[in-house]
Design a protein around this ligand. Structure first.
Ligand SMILES: NC(=O)c1ccc[n+]([C@@H]2O[C@H](COP(=O)([O-])OP(=O)(O)OC[C@H]3O[C@@H](n4cnc5c(N)ncnc54)[C@H](OP(=O)(O)O)[C@@H]3O)[C@@H](O)[C@H]2O)c1
Length: 336
């Protein structure tokens, strides 16, 4: 059994405590790749309606003990919705941990269909522009600033100007610095990131990575980085909705039956069980829910009550797939 407690600071939030956080990727903009996103939003993309929806999910998360919130510059109005919620609920910076990301610019123009939904650029001018935008919205609530989907190919881990600025931001503002990972080479990128230093100082305090019952390949690297003191935040714990009852794809039918059978045995829901599987990893500090509705959030919170056992771990191992297969399927998910 895991516990959510109310007292909070980044160190406690991210290292050595089992917690659920809430990510705002599905709440901040009309289009996203999660399976039933358009249905979750009931095709209502009015800005005020979307803000009210985000606030309702944030309220439900807060009531359920969630104190960690994850946004990004590229999640449409996510930072803005989070900022207006923190202000209207009079939540002080000491009581919540807020993380955001830079490196992608939102370009969908509040539409579902766009030629490009976001543009990736990990250069120093983008860091300077987006960090100012994030600070303008989130102010002293912002605790952790992450490179959004750093890869070896993007060159950002070798960009001395960017890395020096990140270290400068940490020393002048107290922000923690992180990176998020994506793709089949998450482990390689993390191993490289762990050794990145500027003037003898390690650059990265935290990493946000994908680990779920389908894609477990980064596990050993996440364990090593955790043991070396990095905070571990897990995203896509439900594989963008693929590890929920909503996934009616025929190719997933056998795996869905297995997940549902285990969920029944442990008296929980498939989504809560899949989140509990991540909470059960010794290296996982914060596990993000990506709920798009209050109902999903409440179901996800059930993960905290799951009494995980070895049998569940053994049986659910059968769900894991080759990283190339996992990331190929993810790459083909439609924006909706
Ligand atoms: N590169 C990065 O840095 C990066 C990338 C991805 C995510 N993230 C962060 O991680 C967070 C979580 O990622 P994610 O959204 O991909 O998370 P996820 O947990 O894998 O998927 C969340 C989705 O699962 C579905 N779901 C959840 N509960 C459900 C239920 N009870 N019944 C049916 N469906 C349910 C919903 O999708 P549908 O209803 O639409 O099917 C929901 O939007 C994001 O919000 C973001 O903050 C970061």
């Amino acid at each position: 059994m895991f516990h959510q407690t109310t007292e909070f600071n980044l160190g406690e939030a991210v290292v050595g405590r089992k917690r659920l956080g809430l990510g705002l990727a599905a709440l901040g903009r009309p289009g996203y790749i999660n399976l039933g996103h358009a249905a979750d939003l009931r095709h209502d993309y009015d800005m005020a309606a979307m803000e009210a929806r985000a606030h309702a999910v944030l309220d439900a998360a807060w009531a359920g003990g969630v104190r960690y919130f994850d946004a990004a510059r590229s999640y449409g109005a996510a930072e803005q919705f989070l900022a207006s919620w923190l202000a209207s609920r009079r939540i002080s910076p000491e009581d919540a941990v807020v993380a955001s990301k830079w490196g992608y610019t939102y370009t969908a123009g509040w539409k579902i269909e766009a030629e490009k939904h976001e543009i990736k650029d990990h250069s120093l001018p983008v860091l300077m522009r987006q960090s100012t935008e994030s600070r303008d919205l989130l102010g002293t609530h912002l605790d952790l600033y992450q490179i959004h989907s750093a890869t070896l190919e993007s060159g950002v881990l070798d960009d001395r100007a960017v890395l020096t600025e990140l270290v400068r931001m940490r020393s002048t503002t107290g922000l923690k610095i992180g990176l998020t990972l994506s793709g089949p080479r998450q482990a390689d990128t993390l191993r490289r990131a762990q050794n990145v230093e500027i003037d003898g100082q390690r650059v990265f305090d935290c990493v946000q990575a994908t680990w779920n019952l389908l894609e477990t390949s980064a596990g050993p690297a996440l364990q090593t980085a955790h043991d070396a003191g990095m905070g571990m935040i897990v995203k896509e714990a439900l594989a963008n909705g693929r590890l929920t009852a909503r996934n009616q794809n025929a190719a997933f039918a056998e795996k869905r039956r297995l997940l549902e059978a285990e969920a029944n045995r442990l008296a929980t829901t498939p989504d809560a069980l899949a989140l509990a599987a991540v909470l059960a990893q010794s290296w996982a500090d914060v596990v993000l829910s990506g709920a798009a509705t209050v109902e999903q959030l409440q179901s996800n919170l059930g993960a905290m009550a799951v009494v995980w056992d070895e049998e569940a771990g053994r049986r659910l191992n059968a769900l894991s797939e080759e990283p190339s297969q996992y990331w190929g399927t993810r790459g083909a998910l439609a924006w909706n």
